[in-house]
Structure formats: structure tokens, C-alpha cells
Design a protein around this ligand. Structure first.
Ligand SMILES: Cc1ncc(COP(=O)(O)O)c(C=O)c1O
Length: 339
């Protein structure tokens, strides 16, 4: 099964990312005589573009669309430590576009490193123009002002939504759903569920569109790191998923296929939790894999809690989708000091 071949696309990575087993994490989770499903990790942190992550995949379609529309500049927005912004800066550099990043001080995490290091440092190295904004700045007005300035200088801007989450960007995660299925088949396993972090919703929407195209397959288990309730995300998630599905010629995405766990958000987006810190350290110390503090750390905390609470049968096989974000660790040094 494949996506339509005529969708605008630019290549930012080589081939597929690895699907690896995590035997030592499984062993650690079984240490009290508990049961544990078989655990795999899909390494989308290894997409290879300036620190990697899920946005490389989305940007292959978004930058493809921008180039087809004759753009020479991309504009996007996010939080100060946005991985999406860093990946957009890298994708723009690789394809010869200018990048403007509108970064909002939304998180309220006060470590000096948060304001200078991590993704923000990399945005500068990658040559993006960073427009730093206060938490309550008028996003639309800022965007209009920057767009007008680019046009006044003869540029052609293309707007990439927050997180690259629209039907164009999410197409990439429909592709990943199919890729996981193919890798599972080649490995001789049947995947029962795919756990991942849910932020701006595009990754989950894309996976669900891929599932609709494949007419079934693993359950898609999002762990929310941004929206606090199902009501806060369901409409938007279904909209992006349905539009993505329509774009790739798939079937409907139904409300009952949307599974999101809201128990691991803590005090809010970008704010550390004990579960996140434990999950980041456990995966690092058992598998030598670095997660991130904002997305994959909380998602892994969700998957581990589901296993320890016996919400997943030991006969199942679970894939954790590592969506990247490791540079964000450097913005949160206080959370990971030796105890
Ligand atoms: C590392 C990482 N993982 C997961 C996500 C969440 O993906 P989405 O925004 O598509 O829900 C993001 C979004 O920025 C991210 O940076």
C-alpha cells in the first residue's frame, strides 16, 4: 500500500528510520515479577536533519508545497524551544529558502538555559531569523507584519502552521503508519499499538489517516503533552485527520479510533513532570536512547504507566514512536542533575 505519488515533496532524509526492539527496557519494567508486552521503538529521532525528529517528515511535504508555489521564504511559529522551528530552519537551509521563526515565551520555565540553549541556539546556528515574542503577543498581527516586510523586500513567503500540523504535513505520518506495518511484516511481528506524543495533533492525525488508508492495523495511542482534555482536541484532530485521509485517498477517520491519554501532561505544555524525568532516565540507562523533556519523555511516561497498570496485555507488541526533540534536554539542565 502506498500514498499517491504526485503529491509535492522534497527529500530531506534518506530511506526509512529503524524499528528497534527494547529488550532491556522491557526487562527493567518486569523487575518486580510483572508482565510486560514486547517493546519496539521507531527511531524518527534519526531522520538525520539537524538533530532529527517528526518535523523532518512533515517538512518534506510542506517545503515541497512551498517550492511548488514559488516561495523563497518560510515563516512558522512555536514556543521558544520549538523542535518544529529548529527543523524548519534546517529544512529551509537545505533547500535554499529563508526562514523566519516567530517564537513565543508561552511556557514560563525560568531556567536561563531555556532562554539561550537547546533548540534556540540551533535556530541561530542554522541561520533563521528569530522573532521572539511575549506570551500574550498578538500572533496574527506579528505574522502580518513579518509577511508584509518580506513582500516589501520582493520575497514570496509561505506560512507553515504551528507544528506543521495540517493535511499537507500530516501526510508524512500516514506514510509512517504504512512504513511501520511494512517493517513489522519484514521483522515477523504483529504490532498492536503505536504510542506517541500528541502536541499540535498532526502526527496522530496522520497516523490515523494511514490507518484508514490501510483499513485497519495497530491502535494509535496518543499521549497529550499540550491539550488538557478530549473536548479540547477532538474536533481539530478529526478535521486534520479527515483532510489528510481525503488527500491520500483513504477512508473516513472515526471518533472511536481516537485514543489520547491526558494523565501525563502535568502542569502544562513544556513543564517538567516527575514521570517524564524518570522515563527519560530509564530509557537512556537501559537502551542508550535519549528522549526529550517536552514530548517523548511524557509520552514514554504514559506508555510505562499503561504497562505498569496492566492496561496492555503481555501478549501484545507495542511500538513507541520516537519523534525526536533531544536538543530540548539542554534547555532543562536542572531536571537532570545527579540526585
Ligand atoms: C519532539 C516532538 N515530538 C512530538 C511532537 C508532537 O507532534 P504533533 O505536533 O504532530 O502532535 C512534536 C511537536 O512539535 C515534537 O517536537
Amino acid at each position: 500500500m502506498q500514498l499517491p505519488s504526485d503529491l509535492p515533496h522534497v527529500s530531506l532524509m534518506d530511506g526509512v528510520t529503524p524499528l528497534q526492539e527494547m529488550p532491556r527496557l522491557r526487562e527493567a519494567l518486569m523487575s518486580d515479577g510483572r508482565s510486560c508486552p514486547r517493546l519496539y521503538i521507531k527511531r524518527d529521532d534519526l531522520t538525520g536533519l539537524a538533530g532529527g525528529g517528526n518535523k523532518t517528515r512533515k517538512l518534506e511535504y510542506l517545503i515541497g508545497d512551498a517550492l511548488e508555489k514559488g516561495a523563497d521564504t518560510v515563516i512558522t511559529a512555536g514556543a521558544l524551544q520549538s523542535n518544529h522551528a529548529r527543523q524548519t530552519a534546517a529544512a529551509a537551509a537545505k533547500t535554499g529558502l529563508a526562514a523566519h521563526l516567530i517564537l513565543f515565551e508561552t511556557v514560563g520555565y525560568d531556567d536561563p538555559a531555556y532562554n539561550t540553549s537547546g533548540n534556540l541556539l540551533l535556530d541561530n546556528i542554522l541561520g533563521a531569523e528569530v522573532h521572539r515574542q511575549a506570551k500574550n503577543a498578538d500572533a496574527r498581527a506579528v505574522f502580518e507584519e513579518i509577511t508584509a516586510k518580506i513582500r516589501a523586500c520582493g520575497g514570496t513567503p509561505y506560512l507553515i502552521p504551528v507544528g506543521g500540523s495540517n493535511a499537507i504535513g500530516s501526510t508524512a505520518y500516514a506514510q509512517v503508519f504504512l512504513e511501520i506495518q511494512e517493517q513489522a511484516k519484514a521483522t515477523g511481528i504483529k504490532v498492536d499499538s503505536i504510542f506517541h506524543a500528541n502536541g499540535s495533533l498532526g502526527t496522530q492525525a496522520g497516523l490515523l489517516a494511514g490507518r484508514a488508508l490501510a483499513k485497519g492495523g495497530p491502535k494509535v495511542d496518543g499521549v497529550s503533552v499540550s491539550k488538557p482534555t478530549r473536548e479540547a482536541l477532538l474536533g481539530e484532530l478529526l478535521d486534520i485527520a479527515s483532510q489528510t485521509s481525503e488527500r491520500i485517498g483513504g477512508g473516513p477517520v472515526n471518533e472511536e479510533d481516537v485514543h489520547v491519554d491526558f494523565r501525563h501532561l502535568g502542569d502544562g505544555y513544556g513543564l517538567p513532570t516527575e514521570g517524564m524525568v524518570s522515563a527519560v532516565e530509564l530509557v537512556a540507562r537501559t537502551e542508550g536512547i535519549l528522549l526529550d523533556p517536552v514530548y517523548t519523555g511524557k509520552a514514554m511516561a504514559g506508555m510505562i504507566a499503561a504497562i505498569l497498570n496492566e492496561e496492555i496485555a503481555e501478549t501484545e507488541t507495542v511500538v513507541f514512536l520516537h519523534t525526536g526533540g533531544m536538543p530540548g534536554l539542554f534547555a532543562y539542565p536542572a531536571e537532570f542533575r545527579p540526585k
